[in-house]
Each structure stands twice: as C-alpha cells, then as structure tokens.
Design a protein around this ligand. Structure first.
Ligand code: URA
Length: 297
C-alpha cells in the first residue's frame, strides 16, 4: 500500500483511484490492548524493540544500538536486550530517561488546514500526521485523503480495520462536504448528482446528494450562500454528500457540470462530525461517544 500522498499535480495518480488510508499497515497484534478503548483485553507480552518501534522511538536498528549503549530502562533497570519481553501496559519503559507510554490505538480528529498533505511522510510539504504533536505511536495515518487545498475533518489513527470500514464504498459511509462553487449550476444539478455523474474519464459516481448550504449554517465560510461575482459569474455554497472517495471526486463532479470548486471543506464522515471549535490545524482525541459510535470501544 502506498505510504505517502503527493498533492494534486505533484505526482501522477490513477483517476479512478479510491481513497486509501495513507500508510495504513496491518497490525499483527490485532485489536488487543486498545488504550483508547475501555473494556478491551490488555496487550499481551511483546518485545522491547517492537514496543519502542511502534511508539515511534526509532527503527529497530536504532533501538538495538540504544539498548547496547544503556539508554533504555525497563522498570528502572537498564535493559540491553532488545528481544526482552515486556507487558506494555504494566512495565515502565524509559528511553534516555523519558517515559515511553503505550497506546495500542490512537484516534484524533484533525481540522486539516490548507497547504498540508494527507500523508504520513513527504519531502516537500508538512503532513497531517506531523500536526498531531501529542501522538504516541509511530504508525498513525490519515483515514482517506483530502487534497492539499481542502480543509476540514480528517481522522488520524493507526486502526486499519476502522479505516477500512470507513473508506470502503461498499460500507456506504457518507462523507459530507461544504463546497463553494463558481459557475452556473444546471437547474437539475441535484438530480444529476442523485443519478450518478459520469466523470470526464467515463467513471460513473455512486448516487450523491447536493443541497443548498443554508440548512447547514455552521459550515458556512461567509455570510450568504449565493453571490454574483464582479465578472457576472455566480458563486454559491453547497453541501455535497458522497459515499466514495475517488481522486478529486467532488471537484471532478462539478467540473462535469461546467463549474469550478473554489473552496472545499469536509464536515463529516459517517457519525463523526467536525468539531467546529477546532480551527484549521487544530486537533483533539476522539471522545468516548465518538469512539462508541465507531464501535471501537
Ligand atoms: N473531493 C475532492 O475533490 N477533493 C477532496 O479533497 C475531497 C473530495
């Protein structure tokens, strides 16, 4: 699976590509020891080097060297054997004197700002994972991709099973966006969205919903949802709900209708709704209620 995502135009990408969680990897420890989830069984024994690698302390090679140099302690005693088994939720590990806390799974809601890429690592741009300053794990990834110029709700986690459930078009999870659209929308635009749009490359989208933004005042970027531009063109705010995540899907759907998306913000994904108190670039852990709605607790 692809590890990074380049912003639009930086890297060629299949036009029909579905959203995939960038950097998502299968966990061999399954779903045990979920720190964010109450009622989960405790994590089983694991090797010291794997524990530290999963918590993002370094590569296994770096950790082996650090252990050899006496920089790692377990329960207050220097441990030079990287293969040493420990119980992550019971034993206390320190690296260079700093406690390394364990989390099997982490879940953060990010209000993605523009100019940041939905990737785990990138040579040119800051990534959404790098914005999560309090992350413990080294294997977090964004659930789905928002374009570099798209804002809004992004779930950052290392729970691959949840990511799969949220992204699979077969699971019919609604993703709702606020879009500012320039150009004259056809009168039957909503009907065309509902019927499925044939994109420029012939791909047919699943039925989608197009509504005026008036019904969703929290999502507005400015007062008013319709304006006439200086050149006589039109600009309006709309709410679009889709169940897939094709590359640039919302923008391409409007392009097919002869319009251009000038601003895009994801408002919700299934039961998860963007916390409007988060300014672009801010994040917070999911609440117990939000986790319960995803059935991960
Ligand atoms: N559709 C788009 O065109 N861009 C996004 O970032 C998300 C959905």
């Amino acid at each position: 699976m692809e590890k990074t995502e380049k912003p639009a135009g930086v890297e060629e990408k299949s036009e029909s590509m579905e959203e995939k969680p960038a950097g998502m990897e299968e966990k061999s420890d399954g779903r045990t020891g979920q720190s964010a989830g109450k009622g989960k069984p405790p994590a089983g024994a694991m090797r010291l080097d794997r524990f530290l690698a999963e918590m993002g302390a370094g590569t296994r090679g770096q950790i082996r060297d650090a252990a050899k140099n006496g920089r790692i302690q377990v329960n207050g005693v220097v441990e030079k054997r990287p293969e040493r088994k420990l119980f992550p939720e019971e034993d206390t590990v320190t690296f260079d004197g700093r406690r390394v806390a364990y989390a099997a799974f982490e879940y953060y809601m990010l209000n993605k700002p523009q100019g940041v890429v939905s990737a785990t690592e990138d040579n040119r741009y800051q990534t959404v994972v790098e914005l999560i300053g309090e992350r413990k794990r080294g294997d977090l990834f964004p659930v789905g991709r928002l374009d570099i110029d798209t804002e809004g709700l992004l779930l950052i986690t290392n729970d691959g099973a949840l990511a799969h459930r949220l992204l699979s078009p077969k699971k019919h999870v609604d993703k709702r966006y606020l879009a500012v659209v320039e150009g004259r929308l056809p009168d039957d635009a909503a009907e065309q969205f509902a019927a499925g749009i044939v994109l420029a490359d012939g791909t047919v989208t699943m039925p989608a919903r197009l509504e005026a933004a008036d019904a969703f005042p929290c999502g507005k970027v400015a007062s008013g949802t319709f304006s006439v531009l200086p050149d006589g063109g039109e600009s309006r705010q709309v709410i679009v709900t889709i169940r897939e995540g094709k590359f640039h899907q919302v923008k391409r759907m409007f392009e097919t209708l002869g319009c251009r998306v000038t601003y895009l913000k994801r408002l919700s994904m299934g039961s998860l709704v963007l916390d409007e108190s988060l300014r672009p670039g801010q994040y917070r852990p999911l609440t117990d209620e939000e986790l319960a709605a995803f059935e991960v607790v």
